[in-house]
Ligand binder design. Structure first.
Ligand code: FMN
Length: 416
């Protein structure tokens, strides 16, 4: 054993009303953490998963092996064999375990990957599709990704599908599933001669090697990016951006805000007029006051668009800025409609750049009416002939991962 081999600690994870036992192992030089999603009839003691976990530790990867079912559920499942195919339940448990890891002070910034076997791989893919920002890589061993069905098209994490060469039926299922994973990088590797459980001499070693390389590349790359402050490419940023509604209290360095503004103004504008100016405020008291005023007005005015959030807006503690540390308001320098359009383009640049730099954003249309008030314009130094066009909050997302919003199909009206 190498010197950074960790000792596993017994942990208990609260998930959907039950407690699940797990073993958390964290090597000294941690580059990422892999959560194991075991197959049907297995547990945190799976010999095969424990072997793979030990190999990952050697590479600086931490692991969390945990039971997807309680003891009681397991004994019911032995009789009925039904709970093991309740993939949605298994995925929900994996998501709870993911949130547990992210809420752990010393692990909250560590890139996370999933290693799923058999039906556990389907649960891993569904969970990865639910929290695309949180999961950096997935490896499936002898998996049933087909059981993840429509979630496959929403997976953003690079996914390695490892299948035994003698596991013909599962090879076909993996091939078909791979073709549905249109929004991420995927790779299918067939281990020659191996059967479903990789029991042949050397087969599991190959799985561990392949999984280790995949996680090292994906999670290690993420750690390096965090440390070096590098940004992701634009396609990745487009995939990863989403409206964040839960922010941590961490402050955004001024240099990052300046960087975002300088990237926002790279946007195109009609005749290159660049009709934009920016307000940046960190004033929590002002944001709280604007939120209270905006909520009262939105609820009072029967014509306002509450975006299906009436109940939340009526909540006294709900803040329309979601506790974000910074509010940026993109203002147009004229009241021409084209100026507003150009400002929206600058806003999209800003939000994608923020995603690329590891920040989160949400446009806040709920603030429109209050930003137009004379006293607010004065306090934010917005000139009379300027128009506040797009308020955007910026910050670091909290431990709670965001759910991805699905997209409708491309609506093609004409193509010749
Ligand atoms: C102009 C505009 C105004 C928005 N205003 C709000 C808002 O006031 N509050 C909010 O929570 N989300 C707001 N959103 C975010 C949208 O709800 C969100 O973009 C949409 O649900 C799609 O989700 P996604 O951005 O995560 O893909 C706004 C988005 C836009 C483009």
């Amino acid at each position: 054993m190498k010197k950074n081999t960790p000792i596993g600690a017994d942990v208990r994870i609260h998930a959907g009303g039950v407690n699940l036992d797990g073993i958390l192992s964290v090597p000294a030089s941690l580059i990422g953490l892999v959560l194991f999603s075991h197959g049907s009839g297995s547990s945190r003691y799976s010999q095969r998963n424990q072997f793979v976990a030990r190999c990952l530790h050697e590479r600086g990867l931490g692991t969390l092996l945990f039971d997807l079912l309680t003891r009681e559920e397991e004994s019911i499942d032995i009789q009925t064999r039904q709970i093991r195919f309740n993939i949605e339940l298994l995925a929900a448990r994996l998501l709870d375990a993911t949130r547990w890891v992210m809420a752990h002070a010393s692990l909250s910034q560590v890139p996370i990957g999933y290693f799923g076997a058999s039906t556990g791989a389907a649960a891993a893919l569904i969970a990865a599709a639910e929290v695309p920002k949180a999961i950096c890589a997935v490896v499936s061993r002898g998996g049933r990704p087909d059981l993840a069905a429509t979630a496959l098209a929403r997976v953003r994490a690079p996914t390695l599908l490892i299948v035994g060469g003698a596991d013909d039926f599962v090879i076909d299922l993996n091939r078909t599933a791979q073709s549905s994973m249109i929004h991420t990088e995927t790779k299918l590797v067939i281990v020659p001669g191996a059967t479903h459980l990789f029991e042949e001499p050397g087969a599991l070693e190959q799985v561990a090697e392949l999984a280790g390389d995949w996680f090292e590349m994906s999670l290690g790359h993420n750690t390096a990016r965090q440390q070096q402050g590098e940004s992701m490419d634009v396609v990745e940023a487009i995939h990863h951006r989403n409206a964040t509604r839960s922010f941590s209290s961490a402050l955004v360095p001024d240099a990052q805000i300046h960087r975002l503004l300088s990237l926002a103004i790279e946007a195109p504008s009609a005749k290159n007029v660049q009709p934009w100016s920016f307000v940046v405020t960190h004033d929590k008291a002002l944001m709280a006051e604007l939120s209270t005023r905006a909520k009262a007005r939105l609820l009072r005015d029967s014509s306002s668009d509450l975006m299906g959030m009436r109940d939340q807006l009526a909540e006294p503690t709900f803040n329309i800025f979601y506790g974000a540390p910074v509010l940026v308001v993109i203002c147009s320098t004229s009241k021409e409609p084209q100026a507003a359009r150009d400002c929206y383009l600058a806003g999209e640049n800003l939000m994608l750049a923020a995603t690329g730099l590891g920040l989160s954003t949400c446009p806040i249309g709920f603030a429109w009416s209050v930003l137009a008030d004379d006293d607010v314009r004065k306090r934010l130094a917005i000139p009379e002939d300027y128009e506040p066009v797009l308020p955007i909050v910026v910050g670091y997302h909290s431990a709670q991962p965001e759910l991805a919003h699905s997209r409708n199909k491309v609506d093609l009206l004409h193509w010749d």
